[in-house]
Design a protein around this ligand. Structure first.
Ligand SMILES: NC(=O)c1ccc[n+]([C@@H]2O[C@H](COP(=O)([O-])OP(=O)(O)OC[C@H]3O[C@@H](n4cnc5c(N)ncnc54)[C@H](O)[C@@H]3O)[C@@H](O)[C@H]2O)c1
Length: 277
């Protein structure tokens, strides 16, 4: 077990990726705190996990609720060894129509909360004995390249990588590590909504497969395995990193051609004029 007896907070763990990460952390021996805006969903996850799990209703955009999350975790488990900043909201709307309220809403959950919860957790990590811990920020492939209309989300996802690097460098000698994970398309509600909204589910699948070299969406547990590794002592020399867990999505220049392409040999005359064709 990679993180036995460690205490890990996962935000947005009432469903989707956060639940998947929390389940892997629990399997790997950790005490897990399932924090979510949807308190009942968090309770359902905790009930299915059994021992070593605590559910807390928490809106990460509210500082008082963040402090209560830290305080309740310490009250129950005595310390905090890891934090996964996973809670996030998606957003797509044309740039020219986006309002300041919408910007504030997305950035307050996807970026501001990451800064202040990490600050509160790091203060606790420096107070406890033994000191230190590991922070994992859930960013996105949007920290590499973007889609039209996702400005606030893109800014937040690039932002968590940057602020993660900054905290990592500042606290490296204090025994605190900070890393980001940038997942590709996950098998969570967002993917189900994409499929449901498509006029033709098969065409939708084919389109996304051509954009994901491994040819499938990624399961929350796969990101959970990576998060558990980053939370564990197996990754002691890794801090300030942003790891792309995207099935090759950001490595591929454009979608695969929907036909068999001919080999190209730059600089050589065409094969038929060389008598090879
Ligand atoms: N789904 C994807 O393909 C994908 C890809 C890359 C990155 N991500 C990131 O992964 C994270 C999780 O995504 P998901 O697909 O599981 O989303 P999801 O919508 O299925 O789950 C998000 C969870 O966060 C909770 N939440 C939302 N606002 C909150 C708040 N203010 N306070 C506390 N909890 C709150 C929700 O209740 C929900 O349980 C997000 O940060 C997202 O940006 C998702």
């Amino acid at each position: 077990m990679m993180i036995q007896n460690r205490t890990i907070i996962v935000t947005g763990a009432g469903g989707g990726l956060g639940e998947g990460i929390a389940r892997v952390c629990h399997r790997e021996g950790a005490n897990v705190v399932i924090a979510d805006l949807r308190g009942e969903a968090a309770q359902v996850v905790v009930k299915s996990l059994g021992a070593r799990a605590l559910s807390l209703r928490c809106d990460v955009s509210k500082d008082t609720e963040l402090q209560a999350l830290v305080d309740e975790t310490v009250k129950r488990f005595g310390r905090i060894d890891g934090l996964v900043n996973n809670a996030g909201i998606n957003f797509v709307k044309p740039f020219l129509e986006t309002t300041s309220e919408e910007w504030d809403r997305v950035v307050s959950v996807d970026l501001r909360a990451v800064f202040f919860l990490t600050q509160m957790v790091c203060r606790q990590m420096l107070r406890q004995t033994p000191r230190g811990g590991s922070i994992v920020n859930i960013s996105s492939v949007h920290s590499y390249s973007v889609l039209p209309g996702s400005g606030p989300y893109d800014a937040a996802k690039w932002g968590v990588v940057g602020l993660g690097k900054s905290i990592a460098v500042e606290l490296a000698t204090e025994g605190i590590r900070v890393n980001s994970i940038s997942p590709g398309l996950l098998n969570t509600q967002i993917w189900k909504d994409i499929l449901a909204a498509a006029p033709d589910a098969d065409a939708c699948w084919a389109y996304w497969k051509s954009n994901i070299p491994i040819g499938r969406v990624i399961e929350p547990g796969e990101i959970g395995d990576l998060a558990a590794f980053l939370l564990s002592d197996h990754s002691k020399c890794i801090t300030g990193s942003n790891i792309f867990a995207d099935g090759g999505m950001t490595s591929q220049l454009v979608s695969k051609e929907p036909y068999e392409a001919k080999p190209l040999q730059g600089g050589l005359p065409p094969a038929d004029s060389r008598g090879e064709g």
